[in-house]
Ligand binder design. Sequence first.
Ligand code: SF4
Length: 556
Amino acid sequence: MKVTRRDLLVWSAGAAAGLMVTPVPWKVLDDVSIWSQNWPWIPQPPRGPVEVKQSSCTLCPNGCGLRVRMVGGWPVGVAGVASHPVSRGALCPLGFGAHQLNWHPQRLRAVRHRGNTSTWGEAHAAFAKACSEGPVVVIDGWPGRAASQVLENFAKSRRGEYRVVLSPETRALLPYERWSGAPATSLGYDLENAQTIVSFGAPLLDGWGAPGRFTRLWAERAAGMTDPQLRLIQIDATLSRTAARAWRWAPVRAGAEAALAAGVARVLLEEHLVASRGPMPHTTSAEAADQTGLTADAIRDLARTIVARGPVVALANDDNPAIAALNVVLGAVGTRGGVVRRSKTAKSYVAADAEIRSARAVLINSSVPWDFVPRTDAEVFRFAAWDGGSSKADWLLPAPGFLEELTDVPAAPAMATETYAVAQPLAKAPHEVRSAAQFLAGIDASLPTAEKIIRARCQDLFHGRAGTLCAQDQTPVSKVASAQKLEEQLWNGAVWVGEPFRAESFRCELKEWPTVAASVPSQNWLSSWSAPILPPLASKVFQESDLRERPEGRIA
Ligand code: SF4
């Protein structure tokens, strides 16, 4: 069974408004407590001073703000940070129990080589030998961090390649990258300024992006209102939780989202409902009706409703050029409330799923979802904090777990504004662990450390004099006394937030309506969910808690 972080987040739908009343996180915590009472190796926290540290969750690239309760130097509890500019106080259920993950039975405690216990020395020797024999491909699941830069530098110095597993939110931005040249990782949706959002299957209230971002927005601007300030129109084959709570739900046949986007765009252009900005789709309303299961009148109504209150933006749940083209037609690219460019420094990356042809070794960072399997015959060295079961890896290398290493936290996928935070190490690993960056430093001593890169980034932020430091108070960077002070504040849990985007920084030219191969509907709702961030505890919680709505309950 394939389970995703999104599945976990489904349980926290409405987290912002409903966390206190929904039983879901509390049920998850209860289950975790019951299991953990049966784990004899769980340490009893020592008596000692109680303190609260502020940090970021590093289990996935959303980097939600955390308040970590420490007793005697051990994290014993986590909570959200209400003032955090991205997560705004919310955490997903996985985040709530994250401090217990480090003691999970499936924690990877020793180096393993093809199923047998091995040593760091043997792993190091095998990797050094592989490096001397051919190129190395390094795969990362969370690009943009200081550690990512170490991995990228190493791959390039070995005539290899640095590849990335992108989140579905970032993959949905790939068409704009192809049409404008602006990297998908530099783009985001300005949801905060949109008035109508048309979601083609993006589970906005089921765990899309950082859990607090849209749920807070929804709670403030739409929940319970008959004529909300923020209109969410959900295009979904089934009555998902997002569809059930949306302002409008348009049920279409599974896999017909691109046809509907083309049908809507055609009505918009034919009826001059938008200033003509994009090419006319070949699909007629009648053809779109035929493919989607909606009537031609319903498609026309939908088109008129969409433009009734702007700014409007369409969201896809993955790489879907037709939905991106609809945004071009709507004039929602590079404009307030639409698809915006938040960064000029982010890069494009080679996707990790393409076949790896000529590598001697492949190194997979612990940020890569467990069910990612590289298409290669090369020797695979995989870093992981938890052993997720069968894997194609030749080597399994124990990586730091939750809050056991220093890492920086760049902007969450699809955010409209740049952010930067630092998560300091707050927990000690119960056995020997190494991050991929530390392991590579043992092979190539000239690589910079993550700490050094983070310091340089703090200095860049200070000298840029732009943006704001958000902690208890908000301080413009121009008023921060020194780079060292700025770094200190980030280490203590502050978040740097960049300037809002500028519309002129991003343009998308589209001459022809994109041809989209008809997508094959997945056989069941589970198989349509994409790559997870999945520590094994998550699947255990998922399987045993029985919290997920059953498929038959979701059929429209
Ligand atoms: S969404 Fe990601 S970063 Fe946020 S609490 Fe959950 S696992 Fe942590």
